[in-house]
Design a protein around this ligand. Structure first.
Ligand code: SAH
Length: 409
């Protein structure tokens, strides 16, 4: 038998140690990648923020290794549960390579040149998001650990993905949580001046990688767009929270006769119009309405309008557990009005991207909305985020998008 002590490298043996409170080691043992400051009893060895630390149980037993940030509520980002493994450039680069390779082999991604290459903790890279749009990568580094590993991540992306450019675009709110300074900009190559055209399932979309929402496009809805499109032949469609019209373009390509796109963002609707133009002649009447969705839906309900298919894909209503109740009310109101706009026997495709609202709660909310709308509702498909946004079972928080395709009787 090999004595694990003899395998430990001298540098890892000297690491500062985070000792957990008694009884607070369960989630670390279960490979949950986030260690909250409240679980820590003591920190030995005076680590600086951004340093590698070992995490031990109250008994002194070695459990995991990660990167500390005492400015953040998530005090340690855990990267390995293997005592022999150092957290160094090689580890970051290897993880980037593996994540990219998984996408390259994913059959569900064979018909697109836009995909999420790295999805944070789910790929063993806490704080790293990398989305690729026709060879251009948009990178987000939202933890101190990730920001410090910038060079390794970029080098590995260049080596294993061979992109045309890499641009860093950070989410300010997340950076505030980690108290890291913003560092956005061109990291490699020649980024697009304006929009990039991506191909998805034979369709084309313009993506503004510099100014668009998220990193430019809602990649997480890719498979759901295709699934919903199958119901759209000959249908009238109300696409609410349309952003750049992706659901509407799919619907038109699959034979919808009329699509009304509603979004509060005029810029997004302008791109939606351009995306429709990329489709060429379809015979589908496309409309673009820039308005508050709630107001617009109420007005259409009052006018007695109905559609064969209503899509509701709102922004995140709940950002934290404290906001669940208020968000649930907003989802219920939205869906109640949405249901009234579905013709009897038509479809409601309804989504929530609030991670803290789980699938069971979301279905309950839809149930409440159905009661208030006085409609019977059948769930015919349950939807989730696309395969390039995988969920590690040890980190179920990564599952945030849920959707239901319902028949509204
Ligand atoms: N369905 C889209 C993504 C929607 S993201 C897709 O598949 O690409 C949510 C959208 O809601 C954003 O485009 C945002 O501009 C819009 N939005 C946010 N609040 C709104 C409101 N009150 N009324 C209408 N649109 C709103």
């Amino acid at each position: 038998m090999v004595d694990s002590e003899t395998l430990t490298t001298p540098e890892t043996r000297l690491l500062p140690v985070v000792v957990l409170k008694s009884g607070r080691d369960k989630s670390v043992r279960a490979h949950h990648p986030r260690l909250f400051s409240g679980a820590i009893k003591q920190i030995q060895g005076k680590p600086k923020d951004g340093n590698v630390v070992d995490v031990c149980a109250n008994t002194g037993e070695w459990l995991a290794r990660g990167i500390i940030n005492q400015q953040a509520q998530i005090a340690v980002r855990l990267l390995t549960w293997d005592q022999q493994k150092a957290i160094d450039d090689t580890l970051w680069q290897q993880r980037v390579q593996e994540a990219a390779q998984r996408r390259q082999c994913d059959p569900l991604l064979s018909r697109t040149d836009a995909r999420r290459l790295i999805f944070g903790e789910s790929d063993g890279l806490p704080g790293v998001i990398a989305d690729e749009y026709a060879g251009h990568i948009v990178l987000q580094l939202s933890t101190l650990a990730a920001a410090n590993a910038r060079t390794s991540v970029v080098d590995a992306l260049i080596r294993h993905v061979a992109p045309r450019s890499i641009v860093e675009r950070n989410d300010e709110e997340r950076m505030r949580h980690e108290r890291i300074k913003e560092s956005a900009g061109v990291l490699y190559g020649d980024p697009p001046d304006g929009t990039v055209t991506i191909g998805e399932d034979g369709l084309h979309f313009l993506v503004d990688v510099a100014k668009g929402q998220k990193t430019g496009f809602y990649l997480d809805q890719r498979e759901n767009r295709a699934r919903l499109a199958r119901y759209c032949a000959g249908a009238t469609v109300l696409n609410v929270f349309s952003y750049t019209g992706a659901f509407g373009v799919y619907a038109a390509a699959h034979g919808a006769t009329r699509v009304v796109n509603v979004d509060s963002s005029v810029e997004a609707l302008r791109v939606a119009e351009a995306n429709t133009a990329l489709l060429g002649q379809t015979g589908c009447e496309m409309q673009y309405v820039s308005a508050d969705a709630f107001t617009e839906l109420r007005a259409r309900r009052a006018a007695g309008e109905q559609f064969d298919v209503v899509i509701l894909d709102p922004p995140k209503f709940a950002h934290s557990p404290e906001q669940i109740e208020r968000a649930a009310r907003a989802y219920k109101d939205l869906n109640r009005i949405g249901m009234a706009l579905v013709r009897p026997g038509g479809l409601l495709a309804t989504f929530s991207c609030s991670g803290v609202v789980d699938a069971a709660l979301f279905q309950k909310i839809i149930f409440s909305a159905a009661i208030e709308a006085r409609r019977d509702v059948q769930v015919i498909e349950r939807l989730t985020q696309a395969s390039d946004h995988p969920v590690l079972v040890s980190f179920p928080e990564a599952e945030y998008l849920k959707g239901l395709i319902c028949r509204v009787l």
